[in-house]
Design a protein around this ligand. Sequence first.
Ligand SMILES: Cc1ncc(COP(=O)(O)O)c(C=O)c1O
Length: 326
Amino acid sequence: MDYAKNILETIGNTPLVKLNKLTEELPCLVLAKYETFNPGNSVKDRMALKMIEDAEADGRLKPGGTIIEGTSGNTGMGLALAAIVKGYKCIFVISDKQSKEKMDILRAVGAEVVVCPTDVAPDDPRSYYSVSKRLSQETPNSWYVNQYDNPSNAKAHYESTGPEIWKQTDGKVTHFVVGVGTGGTISGVGKYLKEQNPEVKVWGIDTYGSVFKKYHETGIFDENEIYPYVTEGIGEDILPENVDFSIIDGFTKVTDKDAAVYTQLLAKEEGMFLGNSAGAAIKGLLQLKDHFTKDDVVVVLFHDHGSRYVGKMFNNDWMKKMGYID
Ligand SMILES: Cc1ncc(COP(=O)(O)O)c(C=O)c1O
């Protein structure tokens, strides 16, 4: 018999799928690393499990403990699945701009969800960074995950996602394009791919309202770059330790409108029902078209599933209200 001993054993080994219609104007092969095949429907299952296993190994997480994290949803889902299998409790702190579906999904897998305002500075006591830290100090036998600065995040992608892409492309990958939030995915995959072939180019997708692109280009953390935006999952108003700027060749920024419109197009043109950061990633990849030539093999990673966005990017009333479609 061929079966997994529990749901966690099904994490990883996701397919690589060719894009066809949306990439028609490009000269190269474009392949999507399709992470919704993970049991929590996102790439974050990989790093969630790795962060828990590493914390168990060095005693930061103890039997019966409570896992506390500020999460926009996907990391929470991965942590919650692992917590169920391994017997931990979860408290997740989430900002109020995140979709209601994401909050409901986290509650469905047994987590307590605390909602905080989005439009406050990271050091404000109401921010979701501050609230998660405070809860971890107040809750006995708890462990604060901190996916932004936890090195196990990028390590998970260095150990699994990167090697899978290398193997699936038979070492022919020339470019890796991916949205950047905590930086774990781009830094772990990028490091692995560049170690195999230093010629591989690594591009990050950023949003307007985030600090990454300007910081990468100038070394300046410019607070004027920071303002509220709609795109979910990518861009930051902080510099997470998991973003290794030295392995990133460049960033391109995608507007909220384009990210939303391309999220719909992926579903309609490719049959790929994916989250908002996938729309941003494919639009960003198209913006980079002058960087690609005929023999290139470009891999773009799609983080999460469309079901979490049915109230927003897949709701035409919402799209109209936002001015994204007529
Ligand atoms: C939907 C989505 N896209 C992209 C990202 C960014 O990935 P990373 O944090 O590895 O940079 C995240 C992270 O939370 C996410 O949830």
